[in-house]
Design a binder for this molecule. Sequence first.
Ligand code: FAD
Length: 650
Amino acid sequence: MFYPQEFDVIVVGGGHAGTEAALASARMGCKTLLLTHNIETLGQMSCNPSIGGIGKGHLVKEVDAMGGAMALATDEGGIQFRILNSSKGPAVRATRAQADRILYKAAIRRMIENQPNLWLFQQAVDDLMVEGDRVVGAVTQVGIKFRSRTVVLTAGTFLDGKIHVGLQNYAAGRAGDPPAVSLSARLKELKLPQGRLKTGTPPRIDGRSIDFSKCTVQPGDGMPGGTPGAVPVFSFMGGQIAHPRQMPCWITHTNERTHEIIRSGFDRSPMFTGKIDGVGPRYCPSVEDKINRFAGKASHQIFLEPEGLSTHEIYPNGISTSLPFDIQYDLVRSMAGMENAHILRPGYAIEYDYFDPRSLKSTFETRAVAGLFFAGQINGTTGYEEAAAQGMFAGINAALQCQGKDSWLPKRDEAYLGVLVDDLITKGVTEPYRMFTSRAEFRLMLREDNADMRLTEKGRELGLVDDARWDAFNRKRDAVSRETERLRSIWVNPRSLPAAEAERVLGKAIEHEYNLLDLLRRPDVDYAALMSLESGKYVNADLAPVDAAGVPRETSAAADLARSVIEQIEIAIKYAGYIDLQKIEVERASHYENLKLPADLDYLQVSALSFEARQTLAKYRPETLGLASRISGITPATISLLLVHLKKNL
Ligand code: FAD
């Protein structure tokens, strides 16, 4: 039957890409249908119960800045938060959270169910309706035909998915879920260029069978024993959401015995016996891959991550494996604290179809079928965050197409999302693609902390940002500009700032007149130091650490605002010079097209480059910098770093 209603946008798949795509298109006013296998698995984390990390956290903040769901759901379900690289520069600082997967899913489902213009329907999609060269809807397993003007396909690891445990394998989309076989066959018929990739997951452990006293505890930020201060938040609206109870993680290690056990299973490994054809993610290798590739390493760290507050289940991060179950059992029990471990779910690898993203337009619409958009793992990426960002992007562009408006195409210097899309459509993938800060040449501009400053206004213009977020954003933006001007307008000179006071705060006396903004430029001077000048004479009451009644603002929304305003001002002023230099350097790199690269250059030793870039350059040995820049996987950032290396060393 034809379903009686027609839709603007049908989104197939309720994972991280699909939920963001559906929310975006519905928020933009398009009549949207989210068709997915199972409503219970909306927003399901197929693998690790964590969100964010370096590069990935940046994407989550960008999705959030445009009104997306991932950061809000993480704040609501997050049981441990950490700021990674907190002692490094702001470009590479990143938020990472452990999430209670049940709370996370519940938050996503609630947002989906309460979104106006968004309809949900549970059924497998087996076919697409195509008229001429245009998609006109989707057909479900029981033959229900839904008509629509556009379709966004976000089928994740499900297309012709095949699970491997040792030499056993079976068809599945992920453990416990069916594969999408008919849809995969239909897409092959449409002659979309396709390949196979694989990914894997570790066995899960019953926490009651682990002796945590033999492991090292790893608390989150703001927890006893962790980095002092408030527990971080993910969303720019996060100050208004209370996190649930926080939990620590633990660390154990593999050892020589573990490695022996793993090696003893190589002859029954689907990876090493040729049962798996798909290429796996380089940066999330299986434990057998690690032992094989880094044979000299005596031990690997394994993080024991809680899966939630209402379960004992533990995710042992670092032992993803598709070895036979008997080997999994022994390898788990060979590690400290795990001697009596009970495995709740076996680890496995999954192979699935992906489609070459070079066959997509810059909007993620397929070139072959008008109105058909792809987003998420189907485009050859890996990770919830990469999927969410792509989903939002495809959802926006599908909606814009329905509205007859111009597409939204963020540039590489505007957003990690711009980098992600540009990388995918120009370079394609040879292995599951994940985001790193090293992929962005303008990374000092594309920080987590300023994602809202870069994108919220655009989000509002597109209809994605609601009034509450828009008000909060404007309050912050106004406060940043007011405080910047205030600091610029306050002058101190050797008479008004006695030498002893200047030495206490600035490290030395000042020799002439400065405004406070100029003083803030100094590497050792932070905002708090300036405010302590002459016992807080220059404190701004709005940003003070106590409110008007003298109550500490540690956890209030006002404290959040104050922190983020101060952070923006400090970073903008301290890094202004570097940001300008970076722009010039990247621009200059484009002039080095014909620069000859030394034939004997040992790329593997160029430590400034990522491991992936070093391997690729060593493999292809390009003759010129221009040729190097066009090799798949070599980013403009790599070219800049290579140029710096050449200048220094040759
Ligand atoms: P998914 O989250 O897979 O969601 C796809 C959705 O589409 C599901 O809801 C599914 O039910 C639905 N669907 C599919 N086909 C149909 C259909 N025909 N009809 C209706 N609904 C359909 N990422 C990492 O970053 N690191 C890792 O180590 C890692 N390991 C992983 C291990 C395993 C075993 C798996 C399965 C995934 C792993 N991932 C890992 C990948 C991560 O889960 C994905 O990157 C992410 O979930 C992709 O999001 P998505 O929205 O594209 O797809």
